[in-house]
Design a protein around this ligand. Structure first.
Ligand SMILES: Cc1cc2nc3c(=O)[nH]c(=O)nc-3n(C[C@H](O)[C@H](O)[C@H](O)COP(=O)(O)O)c2cc1C
Length: 145
């Protein structure tokens, strides 16, 4: 099992509709290739965790990297041998802005994501991966307050 986490900048500000489109293809492709993970978006910045068989994660990431809806795709960590953090999420989208309706397939509230991340903290998960996701959530929340 491989985990890969990257950050990127949206090429233009993306609305709910554009994000839903990304999510629709992410979920159907990921279901087929056995990839799971989490995508967070705030203030034109993405962070995404992909997990699955190495070949599936690599193929997914090469498609994502070539996508012109975002720029400056920067890999933060890549490692093998971890259990899945989000085995039930073919891809989940979380946005910290509380004014955005948590609706649509795969759309999670930030609170739900934080709760899930906290429950994982006690497990066998590499804390560095969780720290990256946490840092994004905390940074986004500070920006909104
Ligand atoms: C931020 C971001 C995250 C994405 N995440 C995924 C993903 O997890 N899985 C995936 O297959 N495509 C993802 N995509 C879309 C791919 O870049 C690409 O458009 C898609 O895989 C093409 O497949 P399709 O022709 O079936 O839509 C993402 C795109 C962006 C901009």
């Amino acid at each position: 099992m491989k985990q890969l986490i990257y950050t990127s900048s949206a090429s233009t500000g993306l609305g709910a509709k554009a994000l839903a489109k990304i999510m629709a293809s992410a979920q159907s492709n990921n279901e087929m290739s056995g990839v799971t993970g989490l995508l967070m978006y705030h203030d034109r910045t993405f962070i995404q965790l992909l997990e699955g068989e190495a070949s599936a994660v690599d193929a997914t990431f090469s498609r994502i990297r070539a996508d012109r809806r975002h720029l400056r795709v920067l890999k933060l960590r890549e490692q093998e041998g971890q259990d899945r953090l989000f085995p039930d999420w073919a891809m989940a989208l979380a946005r910290p802005d509380p004014t955005l309706e948590a609706s649509g397939r795969g759309l999670k509230s930030f609170d739900k994501v934080i709760a899930t991340l906290s429950s994982l903290r006690d497990g066998e998960t590499d804390p560095r991966v969780l720290q990256l996701l946490h840092a994004f959530v905390e940074g986004a929340e500070t920006a909104i307050e």
